[in-house]
Write a protein that binds this ligand. Structure first.
Ligand SMILES: [Zn+2]
Length: 302
């Protein structure tokens, strides 16, 4: 997220301020939407993360699971009975116990942090496991307490509030208890129709994707990396030429560089974030790094 100096072919003429397509991950093949799990509203599993305005999409959920999923909050139901029917504040004790076991509520009160002896085991991220959480003997909060924390006007920032992940676990748990198949039988939760082989090929292609750099060469060019990356200056034959350009054109988020020396120092150092802060002042990264490298004290630092 900032500015970068790239060495490109001198005749590289990709339009300025246009993202270089080699850096853009292409969307995979579009499989046809599943016709059997469109329940007339637009929320899918993924919409929790990426809300979309499209209506009537395939949801990936069975009809039975969709009913459980879409009646959690009053706003999903609407109308005068919404609060009576929504179940976000009508959990049973078994559900509350599940939330404690999953550490969705009561992590600080119902679980103890226990230091582990050396030598530490190494987890899958390569980090030593120095402690674990052990459920203590405090009984779970009552369903009534947890429900009171999720009704109208209960607020969001307390221990018993259900966030999106808790909601998802509750929907899954309720379906499991009731013997309800979560996923749409036709698309198995994918929301679209493809064979196993087609999905595998799609996944392989997506994993194999690598960015393609612009053609390398002797040129010096300034790029912004706030998007996937686009050139913002012409390609120059020397670093001095690019630095000169930087003092005459809007290249930082604020405007041109203030001094040639700082511009040249930045060009040679090669990269800066959009903003940097020092002594409580925020300045643009090119100016900050250039002036620091050039030995000039930024006015912000005085
Ligand atoms: Zn489906």
């Amino acid at each position: 997220m900032g500015r970068e100096v790239r060495r490109v072919a001198l005749d590289f003429d990709h339009p300025l301020n246009e993202v270089w397509p080699g850096f853009v991950r292409q969307d995979g093949a579009e499989f046809p939407p599943c016709p059997d799990c469109r329940w007339g509203r637009n929320e899918t599993i993924m919409d929790r993360l990426f809300p979309s305005p499209r209506d009537d999409r395939s949801t990936g959920l069975s009809r039975e699971a969709y009913a459980v999923d879409q009646t959690f909050y009053p706003h999903q139901i609407g109308g005068p009975l919404a609060e009576v029917l929504a179940w976000c504040d009508k959990l049973g004790q078994v559900e509350v116990d599940m939330l404690v076991e999953e550490r969705r509520i009561g992590l600080r009160t119902h679980w103890d942090r226990v230091e582990l002896p050396e030598p530490y085991e190494i987890n899958k991220y390569g980090d030593p496991v120095r402690f674990e959480f052990v459920r203590n003997d405090r009984p779970s909060p009552s369903a009534a307490e947890v429900n009171a924390g999720n009704g109208r006007g209960a607020g969001m920032f307390h221990d018993y509030h259900h966030d999106g992940l808790s909601r998802w676990l509750l929907v899954k748990h309720r379906c499991k208890l009731l013997g309800i198949e979560m996923e749409c039988a036709t698309c198995k939760g994918h929301c679209d129709i493809a064979t196993y082989e087609e999905r595998a090929a799609e996944e392989a292609a997506s994993e194999a994707w690598k960015p393609t750099d612009p053609p390398a060469g002797d040129g010096w060019q300034l790029w912004e990396t706030v998007s996937e990356g686009s050139p913002i200056s012409p390609a120059f034959a020397t670093d001095v030429d690019l630095a000169q350009w930087c003092t005459e054109n809007k290249c930082t988020v604020n405007g041109p560089m203030r001094s040639f020396d700082a511009a040249l120092a930045f060009v040679r150092s090669g990269w800066a974030p959009s903003f940097l802060g020092a002594n409580g002042q925020i300045t643009d990264g090119m100016t900050f790094i250039g002036e620091r490298e050039a030995g000039e004290v930024s006015p912000n630092e005085q």
